[in-house]
Ligand binder design. Structure first.
Ligand SMILES: Cc1cc2nc3c(=O)[nH]c(=O)nc-3n(C[C@H](O)[C@H](O)[C@H](O)COP(=O)(O)OP(=O)(O)OC[C@H]3O[C@@H](n4cnc5c(N)ncnc54)[C@H](O)[C@@H]3O)c2cc1C
Length: 397
């Protein structure tokens, strides 16, 4: 059994940002830190998802990335002669540039020396810290833990999905990693969802199958450059949020602040252009009923229209529940971890849920605010963890 100082559960954007900060500035050695993730290498889930939808540019600006230096990505673009990979007034990076920069940062911290490919299935507090059990039967003991499992593994299905019964194989959710990996989209295709992931998918399919793609959403397009007002990155809105002691009120503030199911202007204009060219059709209507027929799906809209699709791709986001319910609920009841009414962790300013048990990403939302799930949230989490680590260990950065 290996013994570590820090164990990070989840090697996605959040887990890797925290690892970068701790290894770069926290004077931790690779052998004292472990990043546990089921994938072979860092950020694989992110790369897969963004690659699958054909996202070419990030929605977030170039100052949001894994490094401790806000201008690291811009410098990287200059050094690699790719300033043209930064788009518009926010210098949004291309996915290719962002991914290559992330890989170079992870290599800088020798990620492979801290990486453990595996899935955590339990966590027990003991005198030395936390005892981690993995699905493969292995165990790891660690003084500090960061839970960074993300919410991209919990697809939110529309109510009508269950009507498909044995025909569910023609309908797949973007977040169902296993099923999507095997899915072969055949036209005519319906993409369900009003947000930026659905829009990217419709653009991608529209290029491949012009005139045979429908983007189906319940509401008119919600056009916002970011998925919350940039005022949430600093004191403009955060000071009021932090003063709020009621976690139900904090959750309400988060709900109001997040532009759910929105897309940025650039993607919106591309969609409109493709629609004008007749390559895709957008439909604003709820779905009333679905039924499998002839290796495809018949869709009846509330508007009264009916349509047959060979494939349906759901880009309807994630459920609003706590991630990793399976084992985390056991830990919550055994360790008596405090949760707000919405089910999410009640944590302190060090993002501590219990002594030496820290959370990041969506799990830290009630402390970090509406940007918590994003790359900017990952930076905020990593900064707080680093500060905590330096304080408790009295290390000078
Ligand atoms: C298509 C898409 C585009 C986005 N674009 C942007 C953007 O431009 N800008 C922005 O700021 N945000 C963006 N986001 C939001 C957010 O930054 C991403 O969702 C990001 O991937 C979240 O990082 P994460 O580390 O929380 O989750 P993930 O990247 O999903 O990583 C979590 C990791 O934890 C692992 N894990 C889960 N359970 C366990 C377990 N029990 N044991 C071990 N490991 C486990 C998972 O397998 C996964 O590898 C986007 C999201 C999506 C879906």
């Amino acid at each position: 059994m290996s013994i570590k100082k820090w164990a990070i559960i989840g090697g996605g954007l959040h887990g890797c940002t925290a690892a970068y900060y701790l290894l770069k500035k926290g004077k931790i050695r690779n052998e004292d830190l472990i990043i546990i993730d089921p994938h072979e290498r860092p950020l694989q889930r992110w790369e897969k998802l963004t690659g699958t939808i054909g996202m070419d540019y990030l929605r977030s600006p170039s100052v949001h990335h894994l490094s401790t230096d806000p201008f690291a990505l811009q410098k990287y673009a200059e050094e690699t002669d790719r300033k043209h990979h930064l788009k518009g007034r926010y210098k949004r990076p291309s996915l290719q540039l962002f991914n290559e920069h992330s890989t170079s940062l992870m290599e800088e911290i020798n990620w492979s020396k801290s990486w453990y490919q595996g899935t955590v299935e339990d966590l027990i507090r003991n005198k030395e810290g936390w005892f981690i059990s993995l699905e493969n039967g292995d165990h790891i003991q660690s003084e500090y833990i960061l839970l960074a499992m993300g919410v991209n593994d919990q697809p939110l299905y529309p109510n009508w999905y269950n009507q498909l019964h044995k025909h569910q194989e023609r309908c797949v959710h973007l977040f169902d990693e296993e099923k999507y990996g095997k899915f072969k989209a055949a036209p005519p295709i319906a993409v369900i969802g009003g947000g930026i992931s659905a829009a990217h998918l419709a653009l991608k399919f529209g290029k491949k199958y012009p005139g045979q793609v429908h983007l189906i959403k319940r509401h008119p397009f919600r056009v916002h450059d970011f998925d919350s007002d940039p005022g949430w990155l600093g004191p403009k809105y955060l000071s009021k949020f932090e003063k709020q002691k009621s976690f139900s009120d904090r959750r309400d503030m988060i709900k109001k602040a997040r532009f759910k199911g929105s897309l940025n202007r650039e993607v919106f204009l591309r969609l409109k252009r493709m629609e004008e060219e007749g390559k895709i059709q957008t439909v604003s209507s709820s779905i009333k009923e679905v039924a499998g027929r002839g290796g495809g799906v018949d869709v009846a809209f509330e508007s009264g229209k009916n349509q047959h699709f060979k494939s349906i791709v759901l880009a309807t986001g994630s459920t609003s529940e706590l991630p990793e319910k399976k084992w985390l609920h056991g830990v919550i009841s055994r360790e008596r971890l405090s949760c707000a009414e919405c089910g999410f962790p009640v944590i302190d300013e060090n993002l501590q849920w219990a002594p030496c048990l820290h959370v990041g990403g969506a799990l830290a939302e009630l402390e970090i605010g509406p940007v918590s799930r994003n790359i900017s949230g990952a930076k905020k989490v990593a900064e707080r963890l680093l500060q905590y680590h330096l304080n408790v260990n009295s290390i000078k950065a």
